[in-house]
Design a protein around this ligand. Structure first.
Ligand SMILES: C[S@@+](CC[C@H](N)C(=O)[O-])C[C@H]1O[C@@H](n2cnc3c(N)ncnc32)[C@H](O)[C@@H]1O
Length: 358
């Protein structure tokens, strides 16, 4: 009998492969170990019927990475570039297997934590969508993010985006996203992004100013994807100077409060990335009803927009996320772009028909 989680681990291995050979190797070995009833099956026993939307394979990988970062897994750490490890990927599984065998209870507890990635690569999408909205409305932005985690994406205008020979955003930012787009969004790239209000919500917000919060965020970055680790560290430094506001709340009640106060002279933007799958169907329906009601109140001088970056269909190494924009008045919904899981690269749909050079 195959283990109910094994196929999820195999799928996640394929999805991780392009950016993280280490995770691909470990997840593939864990899938076989689940089927064989080995230590992975023992650690994941209480989660064997968890839905794929809660991503059990990444929860277990986050648990292992956290133990490595906390210096509680010295043998496995030799294979983890996030802590300077350089030992071959192909030999990582025996070290992971020993850790799973020796510390099952700690790993099982950590694997119960929800996935808490806060990837600022997704700002490559957000910055383009905000430029499109500013271009279309001629108005500054109120930015409300649901499922904001630590709120690092709320600092979207404080990062630098190097596109062709120009730099958008904050040119001297210590976080630089190099060539994040494959085509251009339909916007005036010379305009300055003006955000007049910003806030986020999350039922389990992560405080990026604490060691525990930074550890949580780092543990969910794939340990050999050094570019993402660099991005996170730079964003954490910026968050120390510009702490994001993330309120502890689920999306529906928070939006009911936020959208109840329209503000003329600005475009209200609700943004979510890789969040929808974690929200239960009843709450999803509540959010849609709230947005429709707020949309009905929207005007040309107080418009409303919903921008979502979410996966469609099954995870696969070639899978793409869709970036959709719904705008009110009118409620028109359009596909704005497609992108990879971490926001880079992004291909804008209805750009100016040119590809970004290089
Ligand atoms: C994979 S993380 C994505 C974080 C961030 N949006 C990003 O793209 O970096 C998913 C987030 O959704 C949050 N979440 C789960 N259920 C939620 C709900 N009902 N309302 C709002 N956020 C929720 C989780 O706590 C978690 O921080």
């Amino acid at each position: 009998m195959p283990h109910p989680l094994a196929e999820q681990f195999r799928r996640q291995a394929r999805y991780c492969l392009p950016g993280s050979p280490l995770y691909a190797v470990l997840l593939e070995a864990m899938a076989d170990d689940l089927d064989a009833g080995g230590p992975t099956a023992h650690v994941m026993e209480r989660y064997r019927d968890d839905p794929s939307t809660s991503v059990p394979p990444l929860r277990l990988m986050g648990a292992l990475h956290r133990m490595v970062l906390e210096r509680r897994a010295p043998e496995l750490a030799l294979h983890y570039p996030s802590v300077g490890g350089t030992a071959p990927v192909r030999d990582a599984w025996p070290a992971a297997e020993r850790l799973l065998t020796q510390q099952p209870d700690q790993l099982a507890d950590l694997a119960g934590r929800p996935v808490q990635t806060n990837d600022v690569g997704r700002c490559a999408v957000l910055v383009g969508a905000l430029l499109v909205l500013e271009h279309r409305t001629g108005l500054p932005i109120r930015l409300f993010e649901i499922g904001a985690s630590a709120g690092l994406n709320l600092n979207v205008d404080r990062y630098a985006y190097v596109i062709d020979h120009r730099t958008l955003g904050q040119p001297d930012s210590r976080l630089r996203l190099q060539s994040p787009w494959l085509s251009y969004p339909p916007a005036d790239l010379g305009q300055r992004l003006e955000i007049v209000e910003r806030a986020g919500c999350d039922p389990l917000p992560v405080d990026p100013s604490t060691i525990q919060g930074r550890l949580t965020l780092t543990s969910f970055v794939w340990a050999d994807w050094t570019e993402r680790l660099y991005r996170l560290r730079a964003a954490l430094q910026i968050a120390a100077e510009h702490p994001p506001t993330v309120e502890r709340a689920r999306a529906a009640p928070w939006l009911a409060h936020r959208l109840g106060r329209p503000r003329a002279g600005s475009v209200t933007v609700v943004w979510h990335s890789v969040v929808w799958q974690y929200i239960e169907a009843a709450e999803q329906a509540e959010i849609e009803a709230l947005l429709a009601a707020a949309g009905a109140r929207a005007t040309d001088t107080a418009p409303l927009a919903l921008v979502g970056m979410e996966s469609v269909g099954q995870l696969d190494k070639d899978s793409r996320l869709e970036v959709t924009l719904t705008s009110w008045p009118g409620g028109n919904r359009e596909l704005l772009a497609t992108t990879a899981g971490h926001g880079i690269p992004t291909r804008w749909q209805s750009g100016q028909g040119r590809d970004v050079a290089g």
